[in-house]
Design a binder for this molecule. Structure first.
Ligand SMILES: Nc1ncnc2c1ncn2[C@@H]1O[C@H](COP(=O)(O)OP(=O)(O)OP(=O)(O)O)[C@@H](O)[C@H]1O
Length: 526
């Protein structure tokens, strides 16, 4: 590389504009990303971050504008090959892994198979995969495991490993689209360290995130997109969290993001158990006793592999209970399936959005899917009734764009999440199980999602089982917290004992002051 090429930005976007039909989603974006720098790309749900990245990846063609990589103009529309050859690598929100293929095969898809003479060497392949996995802390994962059998957190790390492999320091550009959205805090720190080390090796990192703490922990430069335009592009030192939140949401000091709830509720929770588990086991969780009361927000948290997600699947019926009893409204359930759960008034929002909605259906179809009977008029499905319900849900959850006819897949990730939650809120629910409900959701939308749920809790006595690794969120919203470790409930916290430090300490089984030393003690789901 010539000296002049080195002084050029690694990536330069010049007047990038993108229209989807009549909608302009990127509007004359001019940005530079430099080697040896971590550049955070922020913006509310739907502001255009993913679209920008997809153009850079060669997935979308821009309507107009140009891109230079290391000073050289990239032929547009870019091909994934040309971008890859220029050293630009991606971890997309949807990870781009093939679920039915093994971890080793998914890793090999990126850089080819290890060969001995003309044949693929499976031993070398496995060894290479093990090295890749170790690089992201997944030493215990067998490379032969199909990716679909891994939890979303582990899948994120596999995608990270794949992107990092073969990245050429000094010329590499690593684009991370919300890589930590599902990672527990200890892994977030590890990831941030890895990012800093890549920056120190001269990589240009483009880091899309909704988590401002991470951005302030490591970014050098921050860009904020709003409605497809750059509204802030400065060194991190030029801003602070409050200022940046205002820029992202477009709200000023007099009109801040509303708080979802007041101080912790006292005495509002009913004593009647809606769901009770006694001695319940699945494949990883064992011997769980738990009561979820009427009108209660019960959070279950814990590190990767602690088993909290499995609890949701067992209660809803997407996974079989292998021992113990589940009781609903005092009745022991003989059979648990998703269909029966819906009839019983038990809703479930899984971590993986793709399981929870039909991407090709429009918003009205997705939102009304769970309760079509409500929209039947004289034996026909009433479009007008669906539309009215959809417009209300769109308003309550602040879904953007607010168009019931828009296909779900055309919405940004955070807005899809709102629709999925909205679908369940259409039902007359008794119990709602939420697994990481604010994954990939911006600060403003996170508040509107949780406010909608809490409104239902207050108005109908809905019981919420909140399965979440985000300790801050759990500490803020839960009436009671169960901390899981290695498939069992390790600690129960209530009232004023619900603090971030206490939850973290219980997750790691250390005293609060010893947290820093325990970062490596991460449990892995077997
Ligand atoms: N394939 C598509 N067809 C039509 N419109 C689209 C398509 N993809 C994205 N959009 C629209 O472009 C806008 C920007 O979406 P984008 O996914 O880039 O937002 P984002 O900033 O990444 O949001 P999030 O933080 O929720 O992921 C949104 O209004 C979205 O509805």
């Amino acid at each position: 590389m010539t000296a002049s090429a080195l002084s050029e930005p690694s990536v330069q976007l010049m007047g990038l504009t993108k229209d989807f039909g009549v909608n302009r989603v990127l509007d004359n974006v001019n940005l530079s990303f430099r080697a040896g720098s971590i550049h955070a790309l922020l913006g509310a749900n739907g502001s255009g971050k993913s679209t920008l990245i997809k153009i850079l990846a060669g997935y979308h063609a821009p309507t107009s504008g140009a891109i230079r990589l290391h000073g050289e103009e990239l032929a547009l529309p870019a091909t994934p090959r040309a971008v890859h050859d220029a050293g630009v690598r991606f971890v997309h929100q949807d990870l781009g892994l093939v679920g039915t293929m093994s971890v080793a095969d998914n890793l090999a898809l990126a850089l080819g198979y290890e060969r001995t003479a003309q044949t693929i060497s499976w031993r070398k392949q496995r060894d290479a995969a093990r090295r890749d996995l170790a690089a992201v802390g997944l030493d215990d994962v067998d490379p032969a495991t199909p990716v679909k059998d891994l939890g979303p957190v582990q899948q994120t790390l596999v995608a990270m490993a794949r992107a990092i492999r073969g990245l050429e320091p000094g010329r590499g550009v690593l684009v991370l689209d919300e890589p930590t959205a599902r990672l527990p805090n200890a892994q977030v720190d590890e990831l941030l360290r890895r990012c800093r080390s890549l920056r120190d090796q001269g990589v240009a990192l483009i880091y899309v995130s909704h988590r401002l703490d991470e951005v302030f922990a490591m970014a050098d430069t921050v860009t904020v997109l709003r409605d497809g335009r750059v509204v802030f592009d400065d060194p991190i030192a030029a801003t602070n969290e409050e200022h940046l939140t205002g820029i992202i949401t477009g709200r000023t000091g007099e009109d801040p993001v509303p708080a979802a709830r007041g101080p912790r509720r006292k005495g509002a929770v009913g004593s009647e158990a809606k769901i009770s588990l006694r001695g319940v086991s699945g494949t990883f969780v064992t011997d769980i006793d738990l009561d979820l009361h009427r009108g209660e927000v019960l959070a279950v948290t814990g590190l990767i592999g602690s088993g909290r997600s499995e609890l949701g699947r067992l209660i809803y019926g997407t996974q079989r209970v292998t021992a113990g009893t589940v009781t609903h409204n005092g009745q022991v359930l003989q059979k648990i399936t998703p269909e029966l759960s819906i009839r019983r008034g038990i809703g479930y929002v899984p971590q993986d959005r793709k399981q929870a909605a039909v991407p090709g259906f429009n918003l009205a179809e997705n939102l009304c899917l769970a309760d079509l009977d409500r929209h039947m008029r004289a034996g026909f499905l009433s479009k007008a009734s669906q539309r009215t319900a959809t417009l209300q849900a769109i308003k309550d959850l602040d879904v953007r764009p607010n168009d019931p006819d828009r296909a779900l897949r055309e919405l940004s990730g955070g807005n899809q999440q709102k629709v999925i939650l909205g679908k369940w809120l259409q039902l007359d629910l008794d119990v709602l199980i939420l697994d990481e409900p604010t994954y990939g959701v911006d600060v403003g939308a996170r508040t509107s999602i949780l406010a909608s749920v809490l409104e239902r809790v207050a108005s109908t006595g809905l019981s919420v089982l909140l399965l979440d690794s985000d300790i801050d969120l759990v500490a803020e919203y839960a009436d009671r917290v169960l901390v899981m470790r290695r498939g069992q409930i390790a600690k129960e916290l209530s009232g004023d004992d619900i603090t971030v430090d206490n939850i973290a300490a219980a997750s790691y089984a250390v005293q609060p002051q010893g947290l820093a030393a325990s970062g490596a003690d991460i449990l892995e789901e077997k």
